[in-house]
Ligand binder design. Structure first.
Ligand code: TNX
Length: 543
């Protein structure tokens, strides 16, 4: 007997003998099902990644390069299954979209999935099972690269798990967007909605209309001053603050995002929030008025697209044509929010349109506008998303509604049999304060601490099962009027995005704030290694 014990001790490293408990599993978002078993897998220099295709190879290489930095050694990739000590991917067509099953034992790790997303997420889970030092850029001495034996069966609760970045109010470049894509996919989030057009800057190169970026991407004033202290370029004055993404840059981002299972959905605002376009091409507005590009969140702005001139629609179709060559996404977001329609009331073109189309008022004219654009988008095989104002005056037949003024618009759209993405300001607005205002950087207002985000449920209790089926998921929105730097953007996004990811991915029954907040401590350590400027406000609230 003594001999047996000695043999076992010699063969099992101390690390493998460590008894793991559920508390050691610190994954966000929490997996749907997890069963711990005895034993553990230890990564070593000899561990091999067995891959069957280029995608598996690419995602394996991402983890391998982390090992290279953090452990100092480089696991290899192979096509043939070794005798032991390997990570392998197996195809399982019975699993759901984006689902994976992870099996870890002393000898090997298996990730089973039906699609790329599942393989990727299985590996992201392996990453989160590893010691946080896996994120280190320097060799972490004395680290045992061990993960417990277990089985995880995991799949998302919602198919749409998004974050919106507003690139208009302040400009953020490709590098930052790329990092954000990595961070989304670490949390199993799968949509990045880019708000590319707003009053304060046009951020996407459109070859047919170069002034959109020559003029519309630049303004005089970068600062995040209070609303009433902001300035506007005088017409023709070109500002020095701004920037835009070229089509090539955007295409590269799309490609990168695909590897991370993130779909980039472009938003081309219309008919309002378009001063940047009107500054470039005044004829797009009702009275051809020359205006400058305003700073910050100057509001309200009455110079919106003219809904009466056919040339406005020609312009928008041309723009959308180019947008659709860049973004393969199923959806195009056309904004539609906060249109101050004062000009339409006195514009002869708009009034004529109202008459000839038999419309009642300007609200119905906006609905005509959106329906006409939807027809065009649908004719190209794409679907339209709009903010909940697109309900006013009648919803376009195939439209998906993004509900931001609470959940009311979303509920109404679902009742009408339309798909819905819930982004109510109460839980999803990351431009709001997240801690005591006197301790926080200047923000737009509101108060949405991480505990509130964690409570978010895109499905509203009053919905019937049929209506609930129309809720595709939810999204966090980071409006950037008060976000001049990437550091501050990170601060507003993290760690609230972790709460959002769990609200959208994990089964509702497993939600537990205390459990989540203890797992978050581990995530903070990851964020520190990754150089993410996350907010520590939750400590300020609880202390
Ligand atoms: C409303 S949400 C807006 C944005 C602002 C945001 C500030 C929405 C569709 N429109 O233009 O940036 O509030 O929180």
């Amino acid at each position: 007997q003594i001999l047996v014990v000695i043999v076992v001790v010699v063969f099992c490293s101390c690390a493998k003998q460590k008894v793991f408990t559920e508390k050691d599993i610190q994954i966000i978002p929490k997996p749907a099902e997890l069963k711990l078993s005895e034993g553990a897998f230890e990564f070593s220099e000899a561990t091999k990644f067995v891959v069957a295709d280029d995608f598996q190879k690419e995602i394996s290489n991402v983890l391998i390069s982390k090992f290279e930095k953090a452990s100092g050694w480089k696991p290899q990739i192979t096509n043939a299954v070794p005798n032991s000590n390997y990570v392998q991917f197996t195809q399982d067509d019975t699993l759901k979209d984006e689902a994976y099953q992870l099996t870890v034992n002393n000898d090997n790790i298996t990730i089973a999935a039906k699609d790329h997303a599942g393989f990727l997420y299985g590996l992201e889970t392996v990453r989160q099972l590893l010691p946080v030092a896996i994120e280190s850029n320097d060799v972490a001495l004395n680290t045992e690269w061990v993960i417990p034996s277990l089985t995880i069966k995991d799949q998302p609760r919602f198919q749409y798990r998004g974050l919106m970045l507003d690139l208009s109010r302040h400009f953020f470049n490709s590098d930052y967007i790329r990092k954000t894509i990595d961070r989304l996919s670490m949390l199993k989030m799968n949509v990045l909605h880019l708000h590319l057009v707003d009053d304060q800057g046009w951020r996407i190169e459109i070859k047919k209309y170069p002034k959109l970026t020559d003029v519309g991407a630049w303004r005089v004033d970068q600062e995040n001053k209070p609303w009433n202290a902001r300035s506007t370029n005088s017409p023709c004055e070109k500002g020095t603050y701004g920037g835009y993404l070229t089509q090539d840059q955007l295409k590269e981002l799309v490609k990168y995002a695909q590897l991370k299972n993130v779909e980039i959905i472009p938003e081309i605002e219309m008919p309002a929030h378009v001063s940047s376009a009107v500054a470039a091409y005044p004829e797009l507005s009702c009275f051809n008025k020359s205006i400058g590009v305003p700073s910050g969140g100057v509001w309200p702005i009455t110079d919106i697209y003219c809904a009466g001139k056919d040339s406005t629609f020609k312009f928008l179709e041309d723009v959308l044509d180019e947008v659709m060559t860049i973004f393969p996404s199923k959806y195009i977001h056309i904004g539609g929010d906060e249109a101050t329609k004062i000009n339409w009331k006195t514009c002869p073109h708009c009034q004529k349109r109202i008459k000839t189309e038999g419309l009642k008022n300007e609200e119905e004219l906006q609905s005509y506008f959106v329906k006409r654009i939807e027809k065009y988008i649908n004719s190209k095989g794409k679907k339209l998303i709009g903010w909940d104002e697109i309900l006013e005056g009648g919803l376009a037949p195939e439209a998906t509604v993004m509900s931001w003024r609470g959940t009311v618009g979303g509920i109404e759209a679902a009742e009408q049999g339309h798909d819905v993405i819930m982004t109510p300001g109460t839980h999803c607005y990351f431009d709001h304060y997240q801690g005591p205002q006197n301790e926080e950087p200047l923000a737009i207002g509101g108060y949405t601490p991480i505990s509130k985000v964690y409570e978010f449920d895109p499905v509203v209790d009053s919905m019937t099962p049929e209506e609930a089926k129309h809720v595709l998921g939810g999204q966090a929105n980071l409006w950037a009027e008060y976000i001049p730097t990437t550091k501050q953007s990170e601060y507003m996004i993290f760690p609230r995005l972790a709460a959002m990811s769990e609200a959208l991915w994990s089964p509702k029954e497993s939600r537990d704030w205390n459990d989540f907040s203890s797992r978050l401590e581990t995530m903070f350590k990851r964020y520190e290694y990754l150089g993410i400027n996350y907010a520590k406000s939750m400590y300020l609230i609880t202390s």
